[in-house]
Design a protein around this ligand. Structure first.
Ligand code: COA
Length: 163
């Protein structure tokens, strides 16, 4: 790929997107020419939102960032990354407990996707304990989720949980 146009892929489930994810996208958007947020269609997780809903939420939440786009993907992440002419995968590292799984994924992706490297970024420490699962649990029990997700996500999440 051309070194003048550095593209990075930021993959995840984003069920739903949180301020922690947005923090990583903002940081990455300053380091790369363009960032493609890749929303996985399939997941072993018990998902609340469809892939199209997850995509729409993250698109709205990052709309102000000019060099960021988002789309859904299926299949192997390294194949998707190569198809997009990117050679970097961005992952957020929140705490030491993230490390083991991320390490395994990064090395596996490097093995199967030869020229693709993973770069880890740390979100602001105020998001270091945020996870989509916890946000959904707080919402289910009528807790305040406003510290964790953008305003536009709150009604969508509350509606979904009521169903
Ligand atoms: N701030 C807040 N929370 C964050 C975060 C951040 N910066 N970064 C991650 N998280 C949380 C997420 O909310 C999520 O929480 P949850 O488990 O409660 O839902 C958790 O950390 C991890 O989620 P995410 O970052 O979305 O990653 P994932 O592990 O769900 O997704 C894929 C992993 C999509 C990258 C992976 O499954 C994949 O590559 N799939 C394609 C198939 C493939 O290639 N497999 C081979 C891989 S070696």
């Amino acid at each position: 790929m051309s070194t003048s146009n550095k593209i990075a892929v930021y993959p995840g489930t984003f069920d739903p997107v949180t301020y922690g994810h947005i923090d990583i996208v903002e940081r990455a958007s300053k380091l790369f020419d363009s960032i493609i947020i890749a929303v996985t269609k399939s997941s072993s997780k018990n998902l609340l939102f469809t892939s199209e809903e997850r995509l729409q939420m993250i698109k709205e939440s990052t709309a102000k960032l000019n060099n960021v786009t988002a789309e859904c993907f299926d299949g192997l992440l390294v194949d998707y990354t190569a198809k997009k002419n990117a050679d970097v995968i961005i992952r957020g590292l929140r705490t030491v407990s993230d490390f083991e799984f991320e390490y395994q994924m990064a090395l596996t992706n490097r093995k199967i996707g030869k020229n693709i490297s993973t770069i880890f970024m740390m979100p602001d420490e105020k998001y270091s304990y945020t996870s989509s699962t916890l946000v959904k649990e707080i919402a289910r029990f009528n807790g305040d989720i406003s510290p964790f997700v953008p305003e536009n996500i709150i009604p969508l999440l509350l509606n979904k949980i009521k169903k």
